[in-house]
Design a binder for this molecule. Structure first.
Ligand SMILES: Cc1cc2nc3c(=O)[nH]c(=O)nc-3n(C[C@H](O)[C@H](O)[C@H](O)COP(=O)(O)OP(=O)(O)OC[C@H]3O[C@@H](n4cnc5c(N)ncnc54)[C@H](O)[C@@H]3O)c2cc1C
Length: 461
């Protein structure tokens, strides 16, 4: 329950139509994509940067936890409310403030839906490259906080690589203006890169200047079937070890293919397919055929069963059917998907995927892996029954073993989903004590009272 004084102060600052404490709203905003629920004390819908400054000053004065929220599509509990805290939903800050094609930038508020940026950019032949699978509903503020990415990251990088500057509000209500509007700029510390990926623990982002690039003229798609996970991983390594960078290089492992076979979406895969790669190349019409030829050459090798190519949009879509049906298909295995998104160096992917096979033999639940092979970023899904305590305990042991192996191979715990509440207890496996202590000191500078998204990202002290 919110203190009467706080409710009054917030209502005065934002207007009564932007402060909700009714049970239905609290319930609606009590979860993200993770299965847990926590009821906040209030949900706020600021409409401007000034609203955010005001609400942060009130929260700071009253020591109230604040959890920023985009669309709530995060799958690590990043937007999970905190008991007796405020949820700040950015849905109403959804304006495109400026579109400047000559300088290839767009200035957006945090509540803009990610794909809307790309759609507007395309009207002037421009392109916003980051493409998280949730782009049709996730908000750019959530993408910035998590440094979201998708298949195109292998060629174009992640959200962080496409932002020039930010406006944000710190935990004590101060305004930060970071970066610049030009494609070069080195003045001062790079707070833009620091805030991107900080999961709402350092500041609330209220505006972003994103970078646009020319739209590739065309895209061509390849689907390749291999007789083993190892054969597919070795092909990925060969691709990344030559000059043509694909704009997508995705893998599905044997277990993923078994899952989609049962839905009928894999009927056109040749007998013996145990791993599948989806590869795309984009660029000028005259270049793409050469790129595809070079990629095919690199993808050739022992274990390759079939190559299919899609040139028209319809052909490409047909080739992506198997991959697109996967999320739905894996649900048949168990009600809960513990969805990890670890990363290993591309040269270690074959070893890693062998290790995943061995995990699959040693643990009693299916382990399904697929993901962004060109970045070595694999979504490893443990399909479990949340009501079975024994199975859940085994899943925790399995995760620890998984993370240890990833780190031993030179990888990292998360490639794009972030840490949130779900992975914070594993962070000190990767980040050493001195570095973590420095991160906590940085957090204190941005958020002296520790009210911004507490209980996320950091392990318990
Ligand atoms: C089906 C599905 C597919 C997905 N595919 C991908 C994918 O391909 N790639 C990928 O990277 N992720 C993916 N995700 C995860 C998720 O969509 C991304 O993390 C996305 O960036 C979250 O955006 P959101 O608007 O839903 O943010 P939320 O989930 O609401 O919030 C995410 C984090 O951002 C913080 N935050 C939100 N707004 C702000 C702000 N203005 N200032 C500061 N902090 C803020 C929140 O506190 C939280 O920590 C997927 C999720 C689903 C459900």
């Amino acid at each position: 329950m919110l203190d009467q004084d706080v409710t009054q102060a917030l209502t005065k600052a934002l207007g009564p139509e932007r402060v909700f404490t009714d049970l239905a709203t609290l319930d609606l905003y009590s979860a993200d994509e993770t299965p847990r629920r926590v009821k906040p004390a209030a949900v706020l819908f600021p409409a401007s940067h000034e609203h955010v400054v005001a609400l942060m000053q009130i929260a700071h004065a009253h020591n109230l936890p604040v959890v920023p929220r985009g669309a709530g599509s995060g799958n690590v509990g990043g937007a999970l409310p905190v008991v007796d805290g405020l949820v700040v939903s950015f849905e109403c800050m959804n304006r495109i403030v400026e579109f400047d094609p000559s300088n290839r930038i767009m200035v957006v508020e945090p509540g803009v839906v990610t794909e809307d940026i790309g759609q507007l950019a395309r009207t002037r032949g421009l392109f916003y490259a980051p493409d998280p699978g949730s782009g049709a509903y996730s908000r750019i503020g959530g993408n910035l906080a998590m440094n979201a990415a998708g298949p195109r990251a292998v060629k174009y990088g992640t959200t962080r690589d496409h932002v020039l500057g930010l406006k944000a509000v710190t935990g004590d209500g101060k305004t930060l203006t970071t970066g610049c509007r030009t494609s070069k700029g080195v003045t001062g510390y790079d707070f833009t890169r620091l805030l991107i990926g900080s999961e709402g623990t350092l500041a609330l982002i209220t505006e972003a200047t994103v970078k646009l690039i020319p739209t590739p003229e065309t895209v061509a798609t390849l689907r390749l079937c291999y007789n083993s996970n190892r054969a597919a991983c070795e092909a990925v390594e060969r691709v990344m070890n030559q000059a043509v960078v694909p704009c997508a290089l995705e893998i599905m492992d044997r277990r993923s293919i078994e899952a989609i076979r049962s839905t009928g979406a894999a009927d056109d895969l040749p007998f013996g397919t145990s791993a599948l790669l989806m590869v795309e190349a984009d660029g000028p019409v005259r270049d793409v055929p050469h790129q595809i030829a070079a990629l095919k050459e690199a993808l050739k090798g022992e274990g390759l069963l079939e190559v299919r190519e899609g040139v028209t949009r319809e052909e490409a879509q047909a080739l992506w059917t198997a991959r697109k049906s996967l999320s739905h298909a894996v649900k048949q295995y168990a009600p809960l998907k513990i969805n990890e998104d670890v990363v290993v160096p591309v040269s270690k992917m074959a070893d890693f995927i062998d290790f995943l096979d061995s995990l699959g033999h040693r643990y009693p639940f299916p382990i399904v892996s697929f993901g962004h092979a060109g970045n070595g970023n694999l979504h490893v899904n443990l399909m479990v029954h949340p009501d079975d305590p024994e199975e859940m305990a085994k899943a925790r042991t399995c995760l620890k073993e998984l993370f240890e192996t990833v780190l031993n191979l030179g990888g990292t715990l998360s490639g794009e989903h972030g840490i949130g509440t779900e992975k914070r207890n594993y962070v000190d496996m990767e980040i050493d004590a001195d570095t973590l202590a420095m991160m906590r000191r940085v957090k204190k500078l941005f958020d002296p009272a520790g009210i911004l998204n507490p209980g996320k990202l950091f392990p318990d002290a």
